[in-house]
Design a protein around this ligand. Structure first.
Ligand code: ADP
Length: 690
């Protein structure tokens, strides 16, 4: 890519590119990932926290419920135990009645007396369906309700008999199907009847008093617990055989359950199995067990409700938060968009811009200002503008802070401009740049001054243009005046005086030369305008250099003796003949003009690769290093008496350079060896030559 296509460093395109590079494209603000990120960072931990605390509290509650079930089981066990023990106590107290003992120990058993006691026991016992008394060997003495068929029956095989005999104390039996009418399911509370006579310190067992307790009565008792605690209760006897249970669990059958086994072994506790929460305990002293249970769904329904509530609240909160985040990010995006838009406008401006706070401290600058002052934004921002950028007037005096335009804008609240070329800002490298500034206050809705903005333009180009304009006017008017005066003078002479033939010829020649000079000036001005507007056309052809140079020299017949030509006859360039003549003419004319009248001007040409280099060397005044840099500028003339003496516009070299470059060549200049100067131009060698 050529430099022209890339654009100069100051072109709008490059400024916009710089602005883009400085400011991130606002539409690139990624809403979705940003919201997702914010959601993850805020909602993620929140959700985890909620979940974790709900889980922990649920766990704690489940634990608590299990604990309660265990204690319910304990309480039930104690209640069942007390009930049955109480019964055994009553039986035991009856068994200890002396009159009952007496009625047993007489030689003849006093049945009537015994029945009196049995009746009383049955009515007091609280639910005893059958009461009976056996003798020492387990044969029924009598029973209530009276069942003669059973009297004399041997019941020594019964658990209650064996229990009492082995413990030698009161005993609550296993559950069994009773022998009484209707064969009810029962347990028996039994106690030994002992003789009153003391032999060897111990009282002999002379019979067993027992009361059968109907299991339906236990069930009723148990169901009261069920209602009170909202749980199901299973009571087993010492073998694990069900004594009381809710519907569906058969009584008098062994319950094959691990928890019951644990309770039988004396343990108590709680467990969760197949969605059911259990509590179990051993009934103290009688060896029975109690197992309470409740479906987990029912037990934990409260927790589930709380969980649901918490999750719902957290969900709603989350949704609201996400919506809030979206709105927030959108607003952020709009804000960024607005901010970036203003920043982009600022950054793409060709003029420097500085923004200050109400105290003149720099808050923002744009790249154009950084470039103008040769400073980075970091060096400017945060410092008082007048300190960091000193200003000077055209005499080099420092502009005091109070007279600075930005100060005026801040204090007066009005827009102020600089005029002319009297203001200079000092760059970081110490160079002073002429500037034009406009300072305006930044006011809020209440007309309060919140700061100021100053737009700064480098006015050196304007200055140059203005200078060029005045040089154009002065040069052109001067160059016009000289030939016009000549024409005027000689034409008047011709009109008024009677001149001889030679004099007339001389006058006409002068008029003619002046006319030529005028037309050259016009031609020069037209060339400048063509060069600058890019309208300079060239018709490339093969140009023989010797021919072109010979034609040029013919234009200076009087100075032919001063000119020396060193050009190979065959040398040709790919160029336009007339333009080559014009180029050589301009250079030769200068060489003759700016060198002593008797000095030699050499015109030479030689092949250099694919170009031909033509040089015009004089032994004249040359120029200083300083002037050398400006020699090809429009209207530039060296400020020396030798130059001023000779007429000229300062356009010749500018046009010559334009003509050479329009043909794909180059023009340059070097000091001549031993004084004078050498102007050389290179043009492409003609195709025929290669
Ligand atoms: P002009 O000759 O009309 O002044 P030019 O553009 O041809 O304008 O030249 C510009 C200036 O360059 C001249 O005024 C002169 O000061 C300087 N100059 C040009 N050619 C020579 C030279 N051969 N030797 C010394 N000075 C020169």
């Amino acid at each position: 890519m050529s430099d022209a296509a890339k654009g100069t460093p100051d072109s709008l395109g490059s400024r916009i590119r710089r602005a883009r590079a400085l400011i991130r494209d606002p539409s690139a603000l990624p809403v979705v990932p940003l919201v997702a990120l914010m959601t993850l960072t805020t909602l993620g931990p929140l959700a985890m926290l909620t979940y974790e605390s709900v889980r922990l509290s649920s766990e704690a509650l489940e634990h608590e419920i299990e604990g309660r079930l265990a204690s319910t089981a304990e309480v039930s066990a104690v209640a069942v135990g007390e009930r049955m023990e109480g019964l055994a106590h009553v039986v035991e107290s009856f068994a200890g009645r002396p009159s009952l003992i007496r009625s047993m120990s007489r030689r003849r058993i006093d049945r009537a007396e015994i029945l009196l006691h049995l009746r009383e026991l049955r009515s007091l016992g609280g639910g005893l369906s059958v009461v009976f008394l056996t003798d020492r060997a387990g044969q029924v003495v009598t029973l209530l309700p009276l069942t003669p068929a059973l009297e004399g029956e041997d019941f020594s095989f019964r658990d209650w008999y064996r229990g009492v005999m082995s413990l030698r104390s009161r005993y609550v039996s296993e559950a069994f199907e009773g022998a009484a009418a209707g064969r009810p399911s029962v347990v028996v509370a039994a106690a030994p009847v002992r003789s009153s006579a003391q032999r060897g310190g111990s009282r002999r067992i002379i019979g067993v008093l027992g009361g059968a307790y109907d299991l339906t009565t236990i069930k009723t008792f148990v169901s009261r617990f069920e209602t009170a605690y909202g749980t199901s209760l299973v009571v087993t006897d010492q073998r694990g055989v069900v004594v009381a249970a809710p519907e569906g669990v058969p009584t008098l059958e062994k319950l094959d359950d691990e928890l019951v086994q644990r309770a039988l072994a004396g343990g108590s506790g709680a467990a969760t199995r197949d969605g059911v929460l259990y509590g179990y305990a051993a009934v103290p002293s009688i060896g029975w067990t109690v197992r309470v249970s409740v479906p987990a769904t029912r037990a934990l329904s409260g927790i589930r409700e709380i969980q649901f509530g918490v999750y719902l609240t957290a969900g709603v909160f989350g949704v609201v938060l996400i919506l809030g985040l979206i709105v927030f990010v959108m607003a952020l995006r709009r804000l960024a968009h607005e901010r970036n838009k203003s920043a982009a406008i600022l950054a793409s401006m060709a003029s420097g811009v500085v923004i200050t706070d109400p105290y003149g401290t720099v808050t923002a600058v744009n790249p154009a200002l950084e470039e103008l002052l040769g400073m980075s934004g970091g060096e400017l921002v945060g410092r008082p503008f007048w300190d960091v950028v000193p200003a000077f007037d055209s005499d080099g005096g420092a502009v005091p802070r109070g007279d600075r335009f930005i100060t005026t804008a801040l204090l007066s609240g009005e827009v102020v401009h600089s005029r002319g070329y009297d203001l200079f800002f000092e760059r970081r490298d110490g160079r002073r740049v002429p500037v034009n500034v406009t300072a305006a206050p930044i006011v809020d809705a209440n007309k309060e001054v919140m700061g100021a903005v100053e737009v700064i333009r480098d006015s050196s180009v304007d200055r140059e243009i203005d200078e060029l304009k005045s040089s154009l006017v002065s040069t052109v008017s001067h160059e016009l005046r000289t030939p016009l005066t000549m024409i005027q003078g000689f034409s008047e002479l011709l009109m008024k005086e009677s001149l001889n033939q030679d004099q007339s010829r001389e006058a006409v020649e002068q008029i003619h030369n002046s006319a030529l000079r005028l037309s050259r000036l016009i031609e020069d001005l037209l060339s400048v305008s063509r060069i600058e507007s890019g309208r300079l056309r060239v018709h490339l052809q093969q140009v023989n250099l010797r021919d072109a140079v010979a034609e040029t020299l013919a234009l200076f017949p009087r100075q032919s003796a001063r000119m020396e030509v060193q050009i190979d006859e065959a040398l040709a360039v790919h160029s336009e003949y007339d333009k080559v003549v014009q180029i050589v003419t301009n250079l030769v004319s200068n060489a003759l003009k700016y060198s002593p009248d008797d000095s030699i001007v050499t015109i030479s040409a030689e092949r250099d690769g694919s170009s031909v280099v033509v040089s015009v060397r004089d032994r004249g005044i040359g120029f200083s290093e300083e002037d050398r840099k400006r020699i090809f500028q429009k209207f530039f003339r060296v400020d020396r008496p030798e130059v001023r003496k000779r007429g000229g516009t300062g356009l010749g070299l500018y046009i010559t350079k334009g003509l050479v470059e329009a043909q794909g060549g180059q023009l340059w200049h070097e000091p001549g060896e031993g004084g004078g100067s050498v102007f050389s131009f290179a043009l492409p060698v003609s195709m025929g030559e290669i």
